[in-house]
Design a protein around this ligand. Sequence first.
Ligand code: ZN
Length: 331
Amino acid sequence: MGYSSEVYELAGREMEQRKLYAEQELEKRRNRLYDICPRAREIERELVTISVSAGKRVIMGSDVRKELEILKGRSLGLQKELDELLISNNLPKNYLEEWYVCDKCGDTGNIDGRMCSCMKNLLKKTAYEQLNRSSPLSLCSFEAFSLNYYSKIKDEKSGKIPYNYMQSVLRFCKKYADEFSPESHSLIFQGGPGLGKTHLSLSIAQTVIDKGYGVIYVSAPNIVSRLENDRFGNNSERKAETEQLLNECDLLILDDMGTEYQSKFGVSVMYNTLNTRLMTNHPTIISSNLSAKEIQEMYGTRMMSRIIGMLDRIEFTGNDIRQLKRRERRK
Ligand SMILES: [Zn+2]
């Protein structure tokens, strides 16, 4: 897929950093070896001298083959001595070579003029990071999700004990994240504000990213206004990139659906994104404060039938945690 020039630039910079890091680390290892074993420095110097003098002999021309044979023999002998030095110091055989992130291309991003798979992955990762920039990823974890804010008294309206019920929701979300695969189901988290929907969806995002999947976590207002700005700012390149990432990432989490600015454009962004992903079997998690009736009113029947028919609904219940926390702080 095509990416914006910004993504190419950032990925290119990261690739240069990788190469530089490999060189710097090699230099450090080399100096450490010289410290514990000064003979290694001498051998390396001699090896350089040999290759320089081999070059000179070739230029001068006199009985080249014979002389080169002698130099080659010396060089092999020195190399063997160096290898043995590494072994006797319990160091790996490749200790004096660059340790690349990608051995296929030596962190250049190219193999014979073609883009290496590591560069393709880096471009994808960079594009996701760019989109996720405004999300508080890595701030939330399942471990930090406290059930203590949920009441242990039965809620008459729902007939549930919020503490017990949310414990099962937490367990479900953790299992979903741990077992995530591109075949996972799509979900909708529904319930009033401050019930932990964002916390748990961020925790899922973090776990699934750690498993190596491409995850985009965006709030509905952010993504709608980004696409709208790109459309009106004639930035069709970036708009196409964003749409493609939304459609193709392994997991898309659309937070706060229904809080975006109400417009035909916003409704069509939400519907098209969800519909495309459902049609191509890409899992999506939506979280929303809206009730089913409100979703129907806001987005229409088509959207509602997709959600009811194809998303597993997870209801969030309890008291607004943000309010409880504020009250606690005031005490
Ligand atoms: Zn590579």
